[in-house]
Design a protein around this ligand. Structure first.
Ligand code: ACO
Length: 385
């Protein structure tokens, strides 16, 4: 028996594929040293200030800003497709109310493929219909699970409300405040796309097999759910609660640094400065607090950011998008375990854009590996083991 200990392939192994280009893409751009993020070349600050989530989705998916007529048509289609089949609703009713909403969303997104099973990946009308369905129905499914796990019937979508206002309405059956709806919409814009991160990579790998777009989104949802990716925004709130007061921040950071444990909402594979989305989100938190009153967790967050910069700034560890998004959602009264599903609602735009781009020049993903196991190992009979 010999052990393949040396690398004979000539390939260098990069854990986490750090720095390894996995695709060509013109959807978004990140410069992690300068803290730049662009959607189709437009700085995120501009998009967040001037656009809506639906328009941003159009930009990401079709590559350019829509005309007024194109946007109106896209918005109309999305409004028209917001309802979900009663069989999907009934299926979701059977989900355990203790289950995580991300698991419910992954299962429901995959179930869409059962109802819209025609797969015509070379037909632009099919691509458009699937895009609209995903953008329209995912928020309805997230809100429906939230209502049903609390023993209530889902709230029907309202055609007179825009994308974000309708989602907030379906969560509470109350028409949201205008500022709250706009802030939420900006949060969706900020989370809509971010180059080839883990969930987008999942989406592209799945897309490359030429499966249906619902499977593409379901696999991406599963990847987003982990605490090192989309799940971090939930953990930020748990962490702020655990810290409990501004006075405890320094000791908390010291403990994490000494124990080499990760402080949630900080650090990023690409950004080595503060994530530009965190800066925009911080200003949104402030707008909400100015209108609806402050929150002691914001003071803890500010102190935490300061102390982390002091202790870990030399390693390029600064606040990421998840650090402030939780505070925004908390102020909007959204339960913590819906933070990641909301991230998914937004990221559907990016996943669909990558699905479409992948189809444009597809080759199935099939990387290599460096084998580290043994060769010619004996098969040991059961009685001898
Ligand atoms: N707290 C403390 N130290 C950290 C943190 C953190 N949040 N992030 C990285 N470090 C340290 C590591 O301990 C390591 O130190 P070392 O070189 O002394 O061993 C160094 O920085 C590099 O860290 P890696 O884990 O190798 O960085 P990687 O690029 O693999 O991970 C990640 C990036 C996963 C985001 C990481 O920073 C992390 O776990 N952060 C906390 C979770 C989080 O907020 N995730 C959300 C990311 S944004 C998003 O997905 C939308």
């Amino acid at each position: 028996m010999s052990v393949a200990s040396e690398v004979k392939t000539g390939f260098e192994f990069k854990p986490g594929l750090e720095g390894v280009p996995a695709t060509l893409s013109s959807i978004s751009y990140v410069d992690g040293k300068q803290g730049i993020l662009e959607y189709r070349g437009i700085p995120i600050e501009e998009v967040a200030l001037k656009s809506s989530f639906v328009e941003t989705s159009y930009l990401l998916i079709w590559g350019e800003l829509p005309t007024q007529a194109e946007l109106a048509e896209f918005e109309h289609e999305i409004r028209y497709h917001r309802r979900i089949k009663y069989r999907i609703r009934d299926m979701m009713k059977c989900f355990p109310e203790t289950g995580h909403p991300m698991d419910a969303l992954q299962a429901s997104a995959a179930a869409l493929g059962l109802f819209y099973s025609r797969r015509a990946l070379d037909d632009p009308a099919y691509i458009r219909a699937a895009t609209v369905r995903l953008l329209a129905k995912i928020p309805t499914m997230v809100a429906a699970f939230q209502m049903m796990r609390n023993g209530n019937d889902p709230i029907q979508p309202r055609d007179d409300l825009d994308y974000s206002a309708n989602f907030l309405y379906m969560l509470t059956e109350r028409e949201p405040d205008e500022l709250a709806a706009r802030v939420f919409d900006v949060c969706l814009i900020l989370h809509a796309e971010h180059t080839i991160n883990a969930s987008t990579f999942s989406a592209r790998v799945t897309a490359s097999t030429l499966t249906d777009p619902y499977a593409v989104v379901a696999s991406a949802v599963g990847t987003l759910a982990g605490p090192l990716h989309g799940g971090a925004n939930e953990e930020v709130i748990d962490m702020l609660e655990e810290i409990g007061s501004v006075e405890n921040v320094r000791a908390y950071v010291d403990k994490c640094v000494a124990g080499k444990s990760k402080i949630m909402g900080f650090g990023h594979r690409v950004y080595k400065v503060k994530d530009p989305r965190a800066t925009i989100l911080q200003s949104l938190v402030e707008q909400l607090f100015a209108k609806f009153g402050s929150d002691k967790y914001y003071d803890i967050a500010l102190e935490l950011e300061k102390v982390v910069a002091e202790k870990l700034g030399h390693k390029g560890i600064y606040a990421n998008v998840d650090f402030y998004s939780g505070l925004v959602y908390r102020k909007l009264g959204i339960p913590t375990d819906l933070f990641t599903p909301i991230f998914a609602i937004a990221r559907v735009a990016g996943w669909v854009a990558h699905w479409k781009e992948q189809l444009g020049e597809n080759r199935i993903y099939r990387p290599t590996q460096i084998y580290t196991g043994s060769h010619n190992a004996p098969y040991i009979d059961m009685e001898s083991r």
